[in-house]
Design a binder for this molecule. Structure first.
Ligand code: ZN
Length: 232
């Protein structure tokens, strides 16, 4: 199906509700933002694949100069909207992919340990464990426990070549639809750029300025405890 065909499938009603969903996601992010605080622990080494180069964040005006936690709270909320739209489209139009997903979901429910589910948006999609510290190795990791629990499940029955081809075709349609919805959502998000920018100016920038001022003081202190300078 073409992008235009996919568009015809969701029609005016769902388009309006996409707009409502984006408005609500931005509102939820705005309500959360005043509680955001700069991370005081050692920064992560790994980059976040959801946020790095995200067109959603570009549309929102949350560039690389904005702390990752602030970006992540937005990108995750918006991703949820896209995921739901694609899930709805799949349920209505892509029966093979849907039954594959149902089977997967069934297996997931049977799994005993699912630490990555039901997290608040600020934590969803992030690595489950802190970066490994070579001086203090972990006895176990949450990701490791989850992988063990997943490995204990029996393998899915193999698909025939025809079924595989049909499934691939449906996956491509789902991808196409996800891109379509993603572009739509980005266009909607652009209407919120100013309020998002204002919120960052109000709640994020002062905290970063304060942190930098603290850092500058901490660096000055060892050499200049009384403010006299250290010239002889
Ligand atoms: Zn992120």
């Amino acid at each position: 199906m073409s992008a235009a065909g996919a568009r015809a499938h969701y029609g005016g009603g769902v388009e309006r509700s996409l707009e409502t969903q984006v408005n609500q996601a931005v509102e939820a992010w705005m309500r959360w933002l005043p509680r955001w605080q700069p991370a005081t622990h050692r920064g992560r080494v790994a980059v976040c694949r959801r946020c790095l180069g995200s067109p959603v964040l570009a549309a929102a005006g949350l560039g690389a100069d904005v702390p990752h936690g602030v970006q992540h709270g937005m990108s995750t909320r918006i991703k949820t909207i896209i995921d739901h739209a694609v899930a709805d489209y799949t349920a209505r139009n892509l029966p093979m992919l849907q039954s594959e997903l149902d089977e997967q979901a069934e297996r997931n429910r049977a799994r005993s340990y699912r630490p990555a589910e039901d997290l608040p948006p600020e934590f969803e999609g992030l690595p489950l464990d802190p970066d490994p510290d070579p001086e203090a190795p972990f006895l176990f990791t949450i990701a490791g426990l989850a992988a063990e629990s997943a490995a204990a499940m029996p393998a899915l029955p193999p698909l025939s070549a025809e079924a595989k081809a049909a499934l691939r075709q449906e996956v491509a349609l789902a991808d196409e639809y996800a891109n379509l919805v993603g572009r739509e959502v980005c266009a909607l998000l652009e209407h919120h750029r100013e309020e998002i920018h204002a919120a960052v100016g109000r709640f994020v920038e002062p905290q970063i300025d304060a942190m930098l001022a603290d850092l500058a003081r901490a660096l000055d202190t060892p050499f200049d405890p009384d403010g006299h300078g250290f010239a002889p």
